[in-house]
Each structure stands twice: as structure tokens, then as C-alpha cells.
Design a protein around this ligand. Structure first.
Ligand code: NAI
Ligand code: MN
Ligand code: ZN
Length: 339
């Protein structure tokens, strides 16, 4: 089989590898589609501190089960599946409180272990989630990015009366907007970014108001409209954003962080305690595949609005370069395998 391998930072090759056999409790997935994410580009460029090389990248992928290991029901052969990249131990403290996404021995497919940019991938059977026939392949490959939003919203418990502010109209901001509008029916969702084309995408995904903070300060725009957000999600992830969010938030608001910056954020405690703000963080997803598959089945979210490009995997380097260089035109870029 062919696999997309990052041999070392900056060196991507399409390599011939032996077809892997599933061990006990595993299935082999014949990959049909995979999505490119910022973290794939970071591993390629050597900017992901968790990555070990060589590595088959890709943690957003969909395909068909074509072999099962010992102890896995052979009825699963031929099943269409989306793969949860989060592999956890099941018995450590975070696992015991329902947070396998921060398991003390966390393994993420495509980061710590070979992932889905490959003609075939072997994964734990319990990570391969059955996709109902009514959900098309192109939507099934988008389950993982939407689980990030499902994890954010599970922490923040959005209400219809919330006034939500989302920083960043990249893929992560857009999945969050769709969840807030389509699933939680939040009355007012505001998105802030500096790129006009991305703000247009946010409006297509349901944002009620978009603000370009490259043109005018966010604080001015909100003050003029008399708006104090009650739920703020940082999907832009610059270390300066937390203090701005604390300042702009309504009393009793919730703030959710998604960033991995290693730079310090300077914050003033009075702004947090004075308004009794709740600050959450969200990493990957905790058991959110069935949640998002249900959202798709109900038509509450529309992944099509995020997909801007599709490439055959032979052109993976072009696909990643386009994804990195063209934030105006690119959102989700998909790779097709074996078609
Ligand atoms: P992206 O880079 O495509 O989008 C970020 C957007 O934020 C861009 O459109 C950019 O113009 C905008 N932005 C940057 N600084 C801003 C500011 N100060 N004010 C307003 N807008 C600003 O990235 P993507 O894929 O949407 O991911 C967003 C972030 O989420 C990344 O930092 C990534 O590391 C993180 N992430 C976290 C995950 C988690 O589970 N916690 C999962 C996936 C991504
Ligand atoms: Mn991703
Ligand atoms: Zn664990």
C-alpha cells in the first residue's frame, strides 16, 4: 500500500509499505477520504512538539472496514466508518472522569501513531464508528473536526439566550458557529477575524454578525452595539486574546480556550473573579463521535459549507501548500484515496 509519510520535519514522501494486518481488537480501514488539518501541516514543518518521526500523518479520515482482527465481529466487514483518532487507556484518572482525550497515556492517530493519510490504516475497532447510509462520504470525513466543536459546547453548555463571540473564522471557528446555531439555536453568534473572505464563510455557516478586527477594534464595535458576550470561544488562539475576552465578557460569562501556545498570557484576576467568569479549555474530543454522527443524521450541521478543495492523495504536497498559503480561499481541503 501507499502511505504519506513525514520522514523528518520538511520531508514528505509517498512510500510503499506492507499492507498492515489488524491485531486482536483492531480493524483495517481502506481509506476513502481524509481531511487536512493545521496539525498535519505542523507535523510536516516540524512545529508539533508531540510528533515523532517517521510518521504517517492524518487524523481526520473515513473509509470501509476490509479486515478484522481476533475478537472483532466479522459482520463489521464492509462497514463505512469514521475513525476517532483519540486512543486512551480507559483506567487512569482522566479516563475515569470521562476525559479520555487527556488520558495520561494518550495516543493520537496521525500524531503519536501512524494515521490516515494512507491507502489502509489499522485502528482499534472501538475507534471505528459506523456511519449511517444516509450520510455521504464527504460528510463522514468531517466528523472529527466537528467533534472539536462538540467538545467545546459540552463544556460551555450553550443556551438559546446566549450572546456568543467566536474568535477566528478558520475551520475550528466555523464548526463552532455551526454547532451553536444549528444544534443549540443560540440567538446571537458573533464572529471576529481579520480576513474578510473567512468572515463571509462564517456568515454562510450561520454567524449573525461578523466583525473585522483588522479594520476596527473589536471592543469599539461591541461597545457601540451595547453587546457583552455571555459565551466566548477562542478559536484563533493568540495568547493576547484571553485578557481581551475577560474584559469584553458579560458578568457570569463562560470562556472556552482551544489554543496550545507556549507563550504566556498576561491576565488580571480581578476581571475574572469580579464577574465570576468560568474559564474552560477543550482539547480534541471525549466520546463525541456518536454525538456528531447524530448531528449529521439530523441535518443540524452542514460540513459542505467548509469543504473548499479536494485533491487526489498523489498531490498531497500541493494540497498542504495551498492549505498553508491561501487562508482566503481555503478552509477544509480533502484528500481522496484509491479512487
Ligand atoms: P486557522 O489558522 O485556520 O484559523 C485561525 C483564524 O483566526 C484565522 O482565520 C486568523 O485570521 C484568525 N485570527 C488570528 N488571530 C486573531 C485575532 N487576534 N483576532 C481575530 N482573529 C484572529 O486555524 P484552525 O484550524 O481554525 O484552528 C484554530 C486554532 O485552534 C489553532 O490555534 C489550533 O491550534 C487550535 N486547535 C485546537 C484544537 C483543540 O482541540 N483544542 C483542535 C484543532 C485546532
Ligand atoms: Mn483536525
Ligand atoms: Zn487513560
Amino acid at each position: 500500500m501507499k502511505s504519506v509519510v513525514i520522514e523528518q520535519p520538511g520531508k514528505l514522501v509517498i512510500e510503499e509499505r506492507p499492507l498492515p494486518e489488524p491485531s486482536a481488537g483492531e480493524v483495517r480501514v481502506k481509506v476513502r477520504l481524509a481531511g487536512i488539518c493545521g496539525s498535519d501541516s505542523h507535523i510536516y514543518r516540524g512545529h508539533n512538539p508531540f510528533a515523532r518521526y517517521p510518521r504517517v500523518i492524518g487524523h481526520e479520515f473515513f473509509g470501509v472496514i476490509d479486515a478484522v482482527g481476533e475478537g472483532v465481529d466479522a459482520k463489521r466487514l464492509g462497514e463505512r466508518v469514521s475513525v476517532d483518532p483519540v486512543i486512551s487507556c480507559g483506567h487512569c484518572y482522566p479516563c475515569s472522569v470521562g476525559k479520555p482525550n487527556v488520558c495520561t497515556s494518550l495516543v493520537v492517530l496521525g500524531v503519536h501513531r501512524d494515521g490516515g493519510f494512507s491507502e489502509y490504516a489499522v485502528v482499534p475497532a472501538q475507534n471505528a464508528w459506523t456511519i449511517p447510509d444516509a450520510i455521504p462520504d464527504r460528510h463522514a470525513v468531517m466528523v472529527e473536526p466537528f467533534t472539536i466543536a462538540a467538545n467545546v459546547t459540552a463544556q460551555a453548555a450553550p443556551q438559546e439566550q446566549d450572546v456568543a463571540l467566536i474568535y477566528g473564522a478558520g475551520p475550528m471557528g466555523l464548526v463552532t458557529v455551526q454547532a451553536l446555531k444549528g444544534v443549540y439555536k443560540v440567538k446571537r453568534v458573533i464572529v471576529v477575524d481579520r480576513i474578510e473572505e473567512r468572515l463571509a464563510m462564517a456568515r454562510r455557516s450561520g454567524a449573525d454578525w461578523t466583525i473585522n478586527n483588522g479594520e476596527r477594534p473589536l471592543a469599539d464595535a461591541l461597545a457601540e452595539a451595547g453587546v457583552k458576550p455571555t459565551l466566548i470561544v477562542d478559536a484563533a488562539c493568540h495568547p493576547s486574546i484571553l485578557q481581551e475576552a475577560i474584559t469584553l465578557a458579560s458578568p457570569a460569562a463562560r470562556i472556552v480556550l482551544m489554543g496550545f501556545s507556549s507563550e504566556p498570557s498576561q491576565i488580571v484576576q480581578q476581571g475574572i473573579t469580579g464577574k465570576e467568569l468560568s474559564i474552560f479549555s477543550s482539547r480534541l474530543n471525549a466520546h463525541k463521535f456518536p454525538v456528531v454522527i447524530d448531528w449529521l443524521a439530523k441535518g443540524a450541521i452542514d460540513p459542505e459549507k467548509l469543504i473548499t478543495h479536494t485533491f487526489d492523495y498523489h498531490h498531497v504536497t500541493d494540497a498542504i501548500e495551498l492549505f498553508e498559503k491561501d487562508q482566503r480561499q481555503c478552509c477544509k481541503v480533502l484528500l481522496t484515496f484509491g479512487q
